[in-house]
Design a protein around this ligand. Sequence first.
Ligand SMILES: CC(C)(COP(=O)(O)OP(=O)(O)OC[C@H]1O[C@@H](n2cnc3c(N)ncnc32)[C@H](O)[C@@H]1OP(=O)(O)O)[C@@H](O)C(=O)NCCC(=O)NCCS
Length: 199
Amino acid sequence: MRENRSRTPPEQLETARLRLSRLTTAHARAVFEGWAQDEEVTRYLHWRPHRTEVESIEHAERCEAAWNDGSSFAWVLEELGSGEIVGSIAAHDAGFRVSLGYVLARARWGEGFAAEAVRAVTEWFLLRPGTYRVWAVCDVDNRASARVLEKAGFSLEATLRRWILHPNVSAAPRDALCYSIVRSELGRVRREGRGERLR
Ligand SMILES: CC(C)(COP(=O)(O)OP(=O)(O)OC[C@H]1O[C@@H](n2cnc3c(N)ncnc32)[C@H](O)[C@@H]1OP(=O)(O)O)[C@@H](O)C(=O)NCCC(=O)NCCS
């Protein structure tokens, strides 16, 4: 397998059905209208729904700054063909380990886009020398997110009790499922990817 030489991931990645493009302020309106103001979409996220587009602009500015300082990399997911922005994914880079978060517009749930994006980003990081682990947590009640990680080849390794704040559900910290995949599992995941790999 060919390793990635750069520490910083590409601003664009392609999968069978998606183009992942670095999230910038140019995407703020799509973020706001697509999912950030939606109470159902944000239920199991750590932030409250955006009330105005300004909040989505500020979010995009933070994403741009984090990309520039190398701490976190966020992309929007653009459906190839239609050009529609259907969601986003972010990778928080701690060097040897990288954690993921993702969100999709409600109208585009259930089409397998999240798993496709997770596979692509995971593959890129596990091909980067020195990165051994990609992981994610989700609320114990967020079955769709847990399923995304399972489909992408992650293993459930723990229930982290009172680990995560989801203010749209409750003020108290909630239990979370912790999933991970490690470098030695990449070959298996690539074989199972069936065309969802990077181009
Ligand atoms: C979680 C989320 C990203 C999933 O995106 P998606 O593109 O619809 O996911 P996929 O289509 O790749 O897979 C979803 C899987 O979960 C399953 N699923 C969906 N709702 C479910 C539920 N309530 N119970 C059990 N399984 C469920 C689907 O059947 C599918 O599995 P399958 O392909 O085996 O049938 C999307 O629901 C979302 O944006 N949710 C809000 C934000 C969020 O929770 N992000 C994750 C934070 S950890």
